[in-house]
Design a protein around this ligand. Sequence first.
Ligand SMILES: Cc1cc2nc3c(=O)[nH]c(=O)nc-3n(C[C@H](O)[C@H](O)[C@H](O)COP(=O)(O)OP(=O)(O)OC[C@H]3O[C@@H](n4cnc5c(N)ncnc54)[C@H](O)[C@@H]3O)c2cc1C
Length: 388
Amino acid sequence: MYGLTDTDRQIQARAATFTDELIPLEVTAELNGGDLDKEVTAGHAARARELGLCSTNMPAELGGMGYTALQQVLVQEQVGRVTNALGWVCSTPPSWMTEVATAFQLEKFIVPTIRGEREECYAITEEGAGSDVDAIVATARRDGDEYLLNGEKWHVTSYNSADYAFFQGKLAGGDHDGEHAMFLVDLPSPGVRVLRTPAYSHTISHHHPIVAFTDVRVPASHLVGAEGDGMSFAYEWFRYERLMVAARCLGAASRLTDEITRFAAEREVQGQPIARFGQIQAMLADCLTELFAARALVYETARAIDAGADVKVQHGQCSMAKLYASEMAGRVADRAVQIFGGRGYMRENVAERFFRELRVERIWEGTSEVQRAIIADQMLKRGPRALA
Ligand SMILES: Cc1cc2nc3c(=O)[nH]c(=O)nc-3n(C[C@H](O)[C@H](O)[C@H](O)COP(=O)(O)OP(=O)(O)OC[C@H]3O[C@@H](n4cnc5c(N)ncnc54)[C@H](O)[C@@H]3O)c2cc1C
């Protein structure tokens, strides 16, 4: 099914095997604030690497796996079947960096990240700038051979484990005054401090603190690309991450669909399996139908990328994939809680965990409303047939 090659299937099978090894640890993580023992997590990271599930998006000549977009989707789909972000050990560094990074940046930041020796985080969103990234007020001012960074960043995912950050600010002064620029900031660095670590709906080991950057000095060699380039990197990253969000949502929906099908066949009420009730059957049927539709959309989007589709078309299709797959997974999780009944409200139940965890898939990397705006904009500019 889905026209996968033998290689695609082997990659998919390795990712499935790895995910099956993680699933038994979900409840331990859930009841322990998202954390497993450090050695256990280190073991998972090593195993993911050994199975070829890390840096799948990075070129082989830099030590990455050099997978096709479809193969990357197949890995992330399997990884999406496990809750509590235990699958995040299958890390994917920012692939756009290979195009713009200097030799120094490749050696100091990117190649070690591909090898799993360094970890990045993204400091872009601010209190007043989320969907509208252009509204950021963080600044970067050139001072001799350095830049001086100032700003307060929200939701900085994985700050607690990362050892460098991508910081986006607006240039203050100079030829590109008011334009965006992106910088690499080693962590810890003088002037970078956590203001607050809020609690979020999901229970994962990666925190999302609010981080202040106060007069943080970085060498000019830490500027990514050129002054004024900052926004284009964010767009490039969004396009990639949106497709991967969609892939993980397929995995979550597929796990839930398997679990509710099994439960509905086993759970007896009034002397018969609940699967005999038409209302339960309708929910099961809707889950699988929507999962099939979403998977076809996501795989086709990945194939278009591999075939070298126009980058604007890729952008629109990745938005459609993220929009549909994340909303589909949310509906599947809601039905799954319902089918499990009271059990579905217990934190030890996979449906309860996914019900909370999947909610953010409609928010981060661009909300559903933002995806719809992107899709409609492209439809009006290029016509619907350019995209689908
Ligand atoms: C758990 C988590 C982790 C995150 N990790 C990171 C991270 O690592 N780094 C980082 O930089 N950011 C991160 N983010 C930020 C995330 O990308 C933003 O939350 C998201 O882009 C939405 O921005 P916002 O929260 O400011 O909402 P807002 O932009 O304030 O939006 C509020 C509402 O208005 C709607 N809206 C906005 N614009 C439009 C429009 N044009 N048309 C219609 N409706 C619109 C939105 O859809 C939403 O419903 C994270 C967020 C969360 C929740």
